[in-house]
Design a binder for this molecule. Sequence first.
Ligand code: CP
Ligand code: NVA
Length: 307
Amino acid sequence: MKRDFLTVWDLSESEIEHLIKRAIQLKSGVDRNKCPLLGKSIGMIFHKPSTRTRVSFEVGIYQLGAQPIYLNSVDLQLGRGESISDTAKVLSRYLSAMVIRTYNHSTIEEFAKYFSGVVINGLSDEHHPCQAIADMMTIYEYKGVLKGVKLAYVGDGNNVANSLIEASAKTGVNITIACPEGFEPNKDVLNRAKQYISKKEIFTEIKILHDPEEAVSEADVIYTDVWVSMGQEQESRIRRSKFKNFQINERLLRLAKKDTLVMHCLPAHRGEEITDEVMDGNNSIVFDQAENRLHSSKAILELLLSV
Ligand code: CP
Ligand code: NVA
């Protein structure tokens, strides 16, 4: 049976652990010359802009021996009204997998229903699971462990926050979200994650706060993302005013542990959710995090396609 990766829930805890360790192994350069996906073609449909997801997947697919085909949605007949289901059925005849970035998560689910190959979510309004795997890999690289690590996400309860909550629940990371009232993560994501951790033997915590200072005080890792996600441009003004006290700056960092790590999925809006000083400072690991998108994407492709 084909395996899709639409949300973090599609992977078991041991698969996530495997992905992290395999991504670190791939990063070391072992297996550099192996091409486990030789002869396969993998499509990439993007309805939103992308730098990291697009390039890391294209390079990763090539390095694994397969052919990446970037499909700008306006160039496809999809842009002229061909249905998702017909597109998926036709592309099933050519492609082994598809990476999709779109608005409504249900679009990816519908595509996956009619596509016979593997579907990977390259970001939807609700989820960004590939990012969360790269993030867990990055935390593991720096801390040598995930269970018990305290992660404070300061900002919008958006797609990135949702997937981080799910990945934290799976890996035993204790996550605190500090967001303005009304910008909490998705309720269903939170309920499912809370239910999941309640059955775990190891204590794992998910907290939602509205005070960034309280959130960062004990954090091993501080994480942020943009205040205005792709597709929310019409809310820019109101969002910027609601989030103005949720900036990761030197003052906030001084309230955290000296060696706390600072992460951002990027692209950053420097001067909004994060200052230049923090983004370019000693605590920041944002560019290692970005690099890890490549290694973790390769591990994801290998896991889902080398069967
Ligand atoms: N972090 C991330 O997904 O970046 P892109 O939007 O550049 O792909
Ligand atoms: N929350 C951001 C993430 C970009 C990688 C967005 O959806 O625009």
